[in-house]
Design a binder for this molecule. Structure first.
Ligand SMILES: CC(=O)CC(=O)SCCNC(=O)CCNC(=O)[C@H](O)C(C)(C)COP(=O)(O)OP(=O)(O)OC[C@H]1O[C@@H](n2cnc3c(N)ncnc32)[C@H](O)[C@@H]1OP(=O)(O)O
Ligand SMILES: NC(=O)C1=CN([C@@H]2O[C@H](COP(=O)(O)OP(=O)(O)OC[C@H]3O[C@@H](n4cnc5c(N)ncnc54)[C@H](OP(=O)(O)O)[C@@H]3O)[C@@H](O)[C@H]2O)C=CC1
Length: 300
């Protein structure tokens, strides 16, 4: 079994909140760190609402909901992670921001054997590992959105990740969290995003070219290919800012035009049209309390 008993998460947005939730639902105490007190409050609300939703849908008993909520602490103090066996970094897809978090985590974690994981979608893991004095303990552990629903985790060793770190990370995500693992090499976008993101960008280029409406492009893929969401609704779910950041990493690594972010995507990010999280992207979503992910309009 796994030696990981105390988990830390940095960032309590869409992914950090989901990762904290699945760890707590597996019975693990989780400390989540946000940027400041207000963001910590918003993160706590995000986790609590997701637990409420799971309880309302009958996927969690009232006792299970209370137990999971009781295992989670959200704070704005990175030092609170000093005693963790594993920390998963889930801040925004920005290499400088992540590098800074890894440098700080390296000095905060007292246990020399603690695992440092990144949930990055696309940034090569070695660049984050190199910001620490313990690259052998740094590994990519890439969850999928929504974390409580999707079972895949991509496991990404860098050239300096030790075999022991990889085994401990895999044992944790499969044995403790009940997820399925795909191992991938440390290349921008790993496996899934290297395939998925060019498809999302192609749909955005179709909107830009006026080939069809966003609604019809999505309907085409939902009705014609049985995808749960069309590409533009999926881009709204991921976040347009995150999608653009992933495209930029892929383009920087491979220089393939199919990875280049289309101008429409960049203009929408610059306009603050980030998808569900801002209430409007390629589709619109009803207003929700501040910092909470909106639900699609058709379900309101
Ligand atoms: C960018 C990256 O680096 C990598 C990525 O993650 S790429 C993105 C990958 N994700 C996808 O491709 C998502 C594909 N879409 C889906 O899986 C589904 O559309 C969806 C789960 C998002 C919504 O499913 P749906 O059937 O349209 O709606 P809905 O009926 O509300 O949800 C289905 C189930 O998921 C649950 N669910 C939906 N969203 C959820 C969330 N955010 N948190 C927790 N549970 C959620 C619902 O409660 C429901 O569960 P029950 O059946 O037990 O009631
Ligand atoms: N969205 C998706 O579908 C998926 C995303 N990912 C990856 O997960 C990571 C997080 O993405 P996602 O959750 O969508 O992004 P979000 O923007 O929803 O969340 C990022 C969170 O990190 C917080 N944050 C920023 N800087 C710090 C800091 N220094 N310390 C603590 N918290 C900080 C942000 O706070 P504030 O808002 O105050 O800046 C925000 O709450 C990214 O690397 C992304 O690529 C992986 C799989 C799927």
């Amino acid at each position: 079994m796994t030696d990981i008993e105390r988990v830390g998460v940095v960032g309590c947005g869409l992914m950090g909140a989901g990762i904290a939730e699945v760890c707590a639902r597996a019975g693990l105490p989780v400390t989540v760190v946000e940027r400041d007190a207000e963001a910590a409050r918003a993160g706590r609300l995000r986790i609590d609402r997701s637990l409420d939703r799971a309880a309302a849908r009958g996927r969690l008993t009232a006792e299970g909901r209370a137990a999971a909520a009781g295992l989670i602490t959200v704070t704005d103090q990175l030092e609170a992670l000093h005693d963790r066996d594993l920390v998963v970094e889930a801040v925004a897809e920005d290499e400088r921001l992540k590098t800074d978090v890894f440098t700080r985590l390296d000095s905060v974690l007292t246990d020399g054997h603690a695992l440092l994981a990144t949930n990055t979608s696309s940034i090569p893991v070695i660049r984050l590992a190199a910001a620490t004095g313990r690259p052998e303990h740094v590994v990519g552990v890439h969850f999928f959105n929504p974390v409580p629903v999707l079972t895949l985790v991509e496991l990404v060793p860098s050239l300096l990740t030790s075999a022991d770190t990889l085994t401990r990370a895999e044992t944790f995500v499969t044995g403790r969290l009940g997820k399925e693992v795909v191992r991938t090499r440390d290349r921008a976008g790993f496996v899934v995003n290297a395939l998925l993101v060019p498809y999302l960008l192609a749909a955005i280029r179709m909107v830009e070219a006026g080939s069809a409406s966003a609604e019809d492009i999505d309907r085409g893929m939902v009705l014609g290919c049985a995808h749960p969401l069309g590409p533009l609704a999926l881009t709204d779910l991921i976040g347009l800012d995150t999608t653009r950041a992933i495209a930029e990493s892929l383009y920087a690594e491979f220089r393939e035009p199919l990875y280049a972010p289309p101008p429409l995507l960049s203009r929408m990010v610059e306009a603050g049209l980030l998808g569900r999280k801002s209430g409007r992207g390629f589709h619109t979503y009803p207003a929700r309390p501040r910092n909470e992910t909106a639900v699609p309009a058709e379900r309101s």
